[in-house]
Design a protein around this ligand. Structure first.
Ligand code: SF4
Ligand code: SF4
Length: 164
């Protein structure tokens, strides 16, 4: 996994043009069974990819925290939402709450998330490869393939399975 992670930014850069062309075509004419295909590719990938050997998303990019996330996690810490915000979060350029710093404060040295049961929705759904109408998050996916080995593999498999 470590070698793959080290090579991933370059691999993703090399594939960027090809991926962009693929997603442009996918957006124009998504196959009828796209949701089904994505579900299958996502499940197959995560049968073999163990996030505990990776945690690259938690180390290199943080999630957005919705108001619901803030309320739930603050409650878990027995804090007021504002106390939690002051301690861990900042507001980014798009006016969203994000982590003050990465790697994520809640990530342990063993790659376990210390707030796993109450983690932000964005963490639970990352890399969003089983999302319905997947073609709608093409731009996000183009970025995620440089961070997430599973997303990279899934996009590679999409390109061989879906002929556009
Ligand atoms: S979701 Fe992707 S980047 Fe995050 S730990 Fe799993 S494989 Fe790694
Ligand atoms: S909250 Fe947990 S899952 Fe989310 S980035 Fe931090 S360590 Fe990773």
């Amino acid at each position: 996994m470590e070698v793959f992670l080290n090579n991933l930014p370059k691999l993703a850069k090399d594939k960027h043009k090809e991926n962009k062309t693929f997603f442009t075509k996918l957006k124009k004419k998504p196959p009828k069974q796209l949701d089904y295909i994505m579900q299958e590719l996502h499940e197959q990938e995560f049968e073999t990819t163990d996030c505990l050997t990776c945690a690259n998303c938690c180390k290199t990019t943080g999630p957005l925290f919705t108001d619901k996330d803030v309320q739930r996690i603050a409650k878990y810490f027995r804090q007021k939402p504002q106390q939690f915000i002051d301690q861990y979060l900042r507001v980014d350029e798009e006016n969203d709450y994000v982590l003050k710093s990465v790697p994520c404060t809640f990530l342990g040295p063993d790659n376990y998330c210390s707030i796993y049961d109450v983690r932000p929705k964005a963490c639970a759904e990352f890399p969003h490869t089983d999302r319905k109408k997947f073609q709608q998050i093409s731009n996000l996916t183009l970025k995620n393939v440089a961070i997430c080995p599973a997303a990279y593999n899934i996009v590679e498999k999409m390109k061989s399975r879906i002929k556009l």
